[in-house]
Unconditional design. Sequence first.
Lengths: 213, 313
Amino acid sequence: MSTSEIERQWTTRLRHRVEGKLPPEKMLPDTQPNYVSSWIYVFGVATMSALFVVIATGCVLAIRGPQWWHGSAYGHFINSLHLWSVEIFFFAMVVHLWGKFAMAAWRGGRALTWMTGVITFLASVATAFTGYVSQSNFDSQWISTQAKDGINATGAGAYFNVLNLGQMLMWHIVLLPLAAVVLTALHIVLVRIKGVVPPFEENPVVENAEVSQ
Amino acid sequence: MTKKAFNPDVDAPEWKGGYHPYDIIKEGSIAIAVILVLTLVLAIVFGSPDEKAITIKTWSNAAPLDFANTALEELNGTSTTAAYGAPYNTASTGQQLGPLQLAKWVGVRIPINAANDFVISPLKSLPNQPTLDQQLATWSSATTATKNSWLTSYGKAKVKFSGGQVVANTTSAGPLPVIINDLTQMARSGALDQALVTGHGFYTTDYTKPLLFLSDSEYLAGLATNQHLTGDQWGMMNETGNYPGQSWLWLYTFWYQIPPFKTSANADVLVWGLMMLLSVVLLLVPFIPGLRSVPRKLKLYRLIWREHYQETE
């Protein structure tokens, strides 16, 4: 096999593309620009860490099935861990989101990073909602019977039946977490490729300068 | 090479300043440890709510007259479910978003015949009930006008719960006193819970029917009011007890508290439409002139990058 033939392979071309876009020193950096020096940056990694705890506690709940935690003190405690990690996850995520808004973090070709972040937030809201209606307790009865009206009014309720425990549980433990994790991974890869957005340059001479395209 | 004017809301200046050491693995590890400890503390201190689910049996024993009245509404078509429209039935056109009748266009995908599914069919499943079977046959063979006459008479009658029986003070309601009393007895025994979920056979995870029936009652709404869960109590984002619930739904719930949504018959579809629009706006902020300038004009970024600006000014 000739060198040029190897270079034309899909695998080789993909490797070159990944190496070019995301070399190891970008994926796992050991330095940061000096402007990355604020508590607001903590909330991104806090969101990811909370997501890790959410998934880990959800996996423990999954081992014994959806009814286990109602009759077991240990199961109830795992449920409490799951609940509070979700609360921390959303708190950190919302602060992260508005922090990034304040920085206009989409600048410099980072629009896709912003968009994957927003979609991850929306997917996370749906994931949490399906969790609330899958609890098989009074809360899930009330929330599902109230929420059905909004979803039915859009026409989506015909296919996304919040009163169907089996369907909601599947969305909660398979489809939506998968989407949230894949979107989070994509978001992180984009952050690593593009780097952290630099501060606004307040020097008017620079603001009016031309940039290459 | 083409050149374009630098747009401070779209473009970012190239960083030519210094760098400092950054251990991403160490940061991630510490963050996971801190979040884990915080989660443990919150779980130990506050726990989590788990209010037991209501059953049809619980409801009919706690409030037999409310149950009997709900059963009557399922039969006369005035319950929320019976009059709902799509995706359950065609009793109503449903909510509209301007000229768009979204639910109606999708159609009936989860068919529910409230009278038959919640009352008549479960009673027919009871074995060895000759009197009831005769009354059910009378009901089934009656004309719509006759049924309406019986329903009106029963609705006007004084109904009481005495000696474990639902008794209606009327002689002109046809088979309804027997039908409604027997359904109440069936519910109080727990048999109706099972009858409502066995529509798909032995195994099921679909609780659509019992949940719809329960949600037609005043009993469930009363319990929810006591737990501050109704719509005008920001209910969608709350949960039982003193827990934060889905606080991230605050904006969604907020619209239900103010006009025109608060009083609109199309509130649900209006709020959903608005939230979808706002979600798209949030998604597309980087491309919306004016909106994408807000951060630069707000100048909150000066707080975030204060060290950088202190060094450069």
